[in-house]
Design a protein around this ligand. Structure first.
Ligand SMILES: Cc1ncc(COP(=O)(O)O)c(C=O)c1O
Length: 409
């Protein structure tokens, strides 16, 4: 049989993070790998009740096909939730998707042709890189600073790409507690990014799964709420705010952009599961998503604190190891001394029964070998302490081996 694969799929690699997730199934490994939300935050009793009631009493509706745009009850509930946050929209601006990963796929289908340019962070979310790669998009990385994307660099890279005759389409940003770095984009940068996008006629894909998991500091307005031209598309998933297994997100977009996304979704899955949409909607109406978020934020803060304290306690000092201290989200980002390869080190780490995500896969320019992502979300503070102690040991021996090898040369 000859190979029938598309050129598109030939270029797409299996997700290293998905492969890593398999490790979390081994009970003796402490995994800081997959960015899974903490199961203790799932309101499972309430959901069990809602689901049973919906299926028994409303099965003709909730077990049926639904609108491509999504359930009106859910979209109305989301509008009510967003309004006090300064995002005042009607349901016409909302498209329910089968979580944000589908939203990324729809962005590609609706707006990106092969070789079109999307600018993204160095590092950025691997799942977005996979989607862009599948659609043969030209991904141009822009370094991150402590307050978000380096916009001078963005402007420089826009110029170079334009001079090379490329078609520039969009900037992809994760403004709050970015995956993988935990970095948040400042208000000034959000405003300036919007100005650059206006001047260069670019779309902004604002992907924000973690903004509602802020457990310290003050919220910063979304770029979407500052846009008066309809060039920003905002992705808000329920995966981290409610439950990942619902596979639900909303996309906010205006006018023609929304129309294109709806057409793309019609060809993708007709509609998102009506059952999970109604479960989420009923949960929001009965219990309030904001009340739920108030309860779960301290859980993540405690885990973040445990991770930062353990890093400070165990990591070798004075050798140039740094890490971020995010004010929300699920991730701490660690930079090892130059020359240490976190991908190579992973084998050793797994032998020591601890896992993380090597950072290189989050860099579209092949850089980032000495970086890694630590998710503090899934394990308890006690286990975090134990896992970081193991990791510190691995880091220490890796650095020492490197020094010995350098001395022997
Ligand atoms: C930045 C970002 N976007 C999108 C997703 C996809 O999430 P989901 O498909 O569960 O909504 C994730 C998941 O980790 C993410 O970190």
């Amino acid at each position: 049989m000859k190979h029938h694969f598309s050129t598109r799929i030939a270029g797409a690699k299996r997700s290293a993070i998905r492969e890593l997730l398999k490790l979390t199934e081994q009970p003796d490994i402490i995994s800081f790998g997959g960015g899974l939300p903490a199961p203790e935050t799932f309101p499972h009793e309430e959901m069990a009740e809602i689901a049973a009631e919906l299926i028994r009493e409303n099965y003709k509706n909730v077990l049926q096909y639904g609108l491509t745009e999504g359930s009106k009850t859910l979209r109305r509930a989301v509008c009510e939730w967003l309004r006090p946050q300064g995002i005042d929209v009607t349901i016409a601006e909302l498209l329910v998707t089968t979580a944000s990963q589908q939203a990324l796929d729809l962005l590609c289908k609706a707006f990106l042709d092969p070789a079109d340019v999307v600018f993204c962070g160095l590092p950025t979310y691997m799942g977005a890189v996979h989607a862009f790669t599948l659609f043969q998009v030209d991904k141009i990385g822009v370094p991150l600073e402590d307050d978000g994307m380096d916009l001078d660099e963005l402007e420089a890279r826009i110029k170079t790409a334009k001079d090379a005759g490329k078609t520039l389409k969009a900037v992809y940003v994760i403004p709050d507690f970015q995956n993988p770095s935990g970095i948040t984009m400042s208000l000034d940068k959000r405003k300036r990014l919007l100005e650059i996008a206006r001047r260069e006629d670019l779309l902004i894909f604002e992907d924000n799964p973690y903004g509602h998991l802020r457990f310290a500091g003050e919220p910063i307005p979304s770029i979407y709420s500052m846009d008066d031209e309809g060039r920003v598309i905002l992705l808000l998933t329920f995966s981290k705010t409610l439950c990942a297994g619902l596979r639900l997100a909303v996309m906010l977009a205006q006018g023609d952009l929304m129309d294109a996304l709806v057409r793309a979704k019609q060809a993708t899955d007709l509609c998102t599961s009506k059952l999970t949409q109604h479960i989420a909607a009923q949960y929001m109406l009965r219990y309030g998503l904001e009340n739920h978020l108030k309860e779960i934020r301290p859980i993540y803060r405690e885990k973040r604190d445990a991770m930062i304290a353990a890093l400070e306690r165990y990591m070798p000092a004075g050798v140039g190891i740094t890490w971020t201290k995010p004010e929300g989200g699920l991730f701490v980002w660690m930079r090892l001394p130059e020359g240490i390869d976190a991908t190579d080190m992973l084998e050793d780490a797994i032998e020591h029964k601890v896992a993380y995500v090597p950072g290189a896969s989050s860099y579209v320019d092949g850089d980032g070998q000495n970086t890694l992502r630590l998710a503090f979300s899934l394990v308890t503070p006690e286990i975090i302490d134990k896992g970081i102690r193991r990791l510190a040991e691995v880091v220490r021996t890796t650095i020492e081996a490197k020094q010995v090898a350098a001395g022997a040369r």
